[in-house]
Design a protein around this ligand. Structure first.
Ligand code: XMP
Length: 553
């Protein structure tokens, strides 16, 4: 319906947030994934930039397989083993002058492959190769800037400078004051005379700005040129991935049995269908219904798996157990811990019934396993204790099958399409493990849950009718722990208030509220109040993340 929901405004730049915490799921990521060795590989050495993941996304969009590894894990042996066809140095918050400043191993420059340095990556490259970096002192640049070309030409800038300047996004305190021998300047900005530099003989490229963020509008072309220079053929496709993942699952599992915790979300559904394609009935799925699912959700999930895939599925209706234990509990962390603990117990109970199960399948994604660079050395603050079935393998002595470990969310959706999952399933908004419990601040009662389910169904129906569902990362209703006075007909009402939430996001780590029209909000409020008994007031939550979180608890 709406071609430009932002009304000309740019969505917010990625904010500085702590990495997402999935305490039970994190395990060390192998140096590289054995299943992927047939692909051409690009190595991203992470120096701690907040936007390193975006580099990987840009490259994956170009069908280039890449992995992010922290600088302190990349040594000579690693480089030999990984055998990259090209290397990218990410940006980072450090200064090359700082004691123990993050550096790549010197041997990276002897690999004979193209290297691209971004922001801090440029400074590191110049520092290592004989150039000079100076501290900010009035030359720091943050935000939008414009680069103009010099007379020199490089293939890296094919398709750039259609006008006399290109918009880029800068974020640097220090700057390069002298380029290393062999380098030339290809672009300058008012505060970065060496905005684009290259040694085209050795194929070393170094830029001060961030081509991976959307505020550098022509950034995708920039990466396309780099991977073309490096000779990538673009062999990373979902079709190829599907075949290799299936072969890898068969090789890993052999004739043993696998159990898979199904939530009905995209990740676990795609993992289950992929594994089923690989090993058929050696897979059994367990769908735990904790009574905190959305309206008709349990029936829809079970039907989808039984009708379309004939996958052996245990539908564990444990709603009485969960709701019983949550009775009278209002503290958000206590709720999460109760649900997380019960989930594991219940899953284990059903898994024990599957004889000979040696493997547990999980829909773990790449963003959950990328090791982030920590400069403070301390653990990140736990904002919310997320849960999944990640604690089970140790408890039950199960080995893990994680076929989506190398994929970003959009790639999981592409794989789901490749596997023929219904579009309605693939496009579903994420739904949290603790379900409606964290959308019901305060005590959870069955009455409140019923009201919440109905209001949520009306809201999502409205969003679908207006053609907005796919533009929104996540939308839901939260029922508030207050009753308010209203008037309906000639009578007084004293019912619950609710909050509508809808956000746009790339990965759930940062988010902005969705700019619905007033007409949409008015119509939706009217429908909810008319159709859902128990609600007499509707509000719209316009908090971004940060400072808010997406869920209410
Ligand atoms: P927050 O509320 O932390 O949510 O901004 C970010 C994203 O994570 C989802 N979420 C969870 N997902 N288990 C999950 O599987 C959890 O415990 C959990 N808590 C939040 C949330 O729905 C949003 O997509």
């Amino acid at each position: 319906m709406k071609s430009d929901p932002w009304g000309g405004r740019q969505p917010p730049a990625p904010a500085q947030t702590k990495p997402r915490v999935w305490p039970l799921a994190i395990r060390p990521f192998p140096a590289y994934s054995p299943a992927m060795t047939q692909h051409e590989r690009l190595l991203i050495i992470d120096f701690g930039s907040q936007v390193t993941q975006l580099i990987a996304r840009r490259l994956r969009e170009l069908n280039v397989y890449c992995e992010i590894h922290p600088f302190n894990k990349v040594d000579d042996a690693f480089l030999q083993d990984f055998a990259p066809k090209a290397v990218i140095f990410s940006g980072g918050p450090s200064s090359v002058f700082a004691e123990g400043a993050p550096m790549p191993p010197a041997s990276v420059f002897d690999l004979g492959v193209p290297i691209l340095g971004i922001c801090y990556g440029q400074q590191v490259m110049m520092h290592c190769l004989g150039g000079k970096v100076e501290r900010g002192h009035g030359t720091a640049e943050f935000g939008r800037a414009f680069v103009t070309p010099t007379a020199a030409k490089t293939k890296l800038l094919d398709g750039w400078f259609a006008t006399d300047r290109e918009q880029v996004w800068m974020s640097h305190g220090d700057h390069v004051s002298k380029i290393a021998p062999g380098f030339e300047v290809y672009g300058t900005s008012p505060n970065a005379p060496f905005a684009i530099t290259a040694d085209t003989k050795r194929h070393f490229y170094a830029v001060q700005f961030h081509p991976e963020v959307h505020h550098t509008p022509n950034g995708a072309k920039f990466y396309e040129n780099f991977v073309r220079i490096a000779g990538f053929t673009g062999d990373w496709t979902m079709g190829a991935y599907r075949e290799q993942a299936i072969a890898a699952i068969r090789a890993q599992v052999g004739d043993k049995r696998v159990i898979c915790g199904l939530s009905g979300g995209v990740d676990s559904s795609v993992a289950a269908v992929l594994i089923h394609e690989a090993i058929g009935d050696q897979l059994t799925c367990v769908f735990v219904d904790h009574g905190l699912l959305r309206q008709n959700e349990a029936e829809e999930v079970v039907k989808m798996f039984r009708d379309n895939y004939n996958i052996p599925l245990i539908h564990a209706d444990e709603s009485e157990l969960f709701l019983g234990k949550l009775d009278g509990v209002s503290d958000p962390e206590t709720k999460r811990k109760i649900i997380g603990g019960l989930f594991i117990d219940v899953f284990q109970k059903y898994a024990n019934q599957i004889e000979g199960a040696e493997f547990l399948a999980q829909g773990t994604l790449y963003p959950d396993v990328i090791e982030s660079v920590s400069f403070s050395g301390g653990p990140s603050v736990t904002i919310k204790s997320h849960h999944n079935v990640g604690g089970l393998p140790e408890k039950m002595g199960l080995k893990l099958v994680e076929p989506l470990r190398e994929l970003f969310k959009d790639e999981v959706r592409a794989l789901g399409r490749e596997l023929g999952l219904p579009p309605s399933f693939i496009g579903r908004h994420p739904f949290p493990g603790p379900g409606l419990a964290i959308r019901c601040p305060g005590e959870i009662t069955r009455e409140k849950l019923e009201i919440l389910k109905k209001a949520d169904a009306v809201y999502i129906d409205q969003i679908r009718k207006h053609g907005l569902y796919d533009e929104i990362w996540q939308a839901f209703v939260a029922i508030l722990p207050v009753r308010t006075v209203g008037v309906m007909g000639d009578g007084r009402t004293y019912d619950f208030a609710c909050a509508l939430r809808a956000v746009t996001s790339v990965d759930g780590m940062t988010a902005d509220y969705y700019p619905f029209t007033h007409e949409f909000l008015g119509e939706t409020a009217t429908r909810i109040i008319n159709e859902v008994q128990g609600i007499n007031r509707v509000t719209y939550d316009i908090t971004s993340k940060p400072p808010g979180t997406i869920e209410w608890e």
